[in-house]
Design a protein around this ligand. Sequence first.
Ligand code: ZN
Length: 129
Amino acid sequence: MRNTDEYTKARVRSHPMQCWNCKRFAPKLIEELNSEKPNEKYIGNLEVVGKPVATEFNGKMYWRYKVWTGEYKMNFGHFCMQKCATSWANKQVWNIKKRTNKGDPVDGNHKFEQLKEMRNKLSNHFNRH
Ligand SMILES: [Zn+2]
């Protein structure tokens, strides 16, 4: 069983990802860029999101842009939110339990214990915050 952090560490990919639990897609990874010189406009090839925000400083205009990096970011690893991670882990435990009750041998039991542990770790992990 992998470390639970690996399941819930923020994950950035260049392709769309779906939450393992609710199947929602990961949002686009947006970065903010500020012009370094007065009146400098963004000329890079990333997609600009929304309108740039102007700030005046010493009588000069500076711009803040939001750009899409071309990547997607799932905030909690395979899950869009903490709740999804715990609820997914709970479902896994439940599924294995069902299978185990139907007489699935040792392997099932073993997995069940691991998943139970993972679920507990996940809830500990989240309750700390
Ligand atoms: Zn989700």
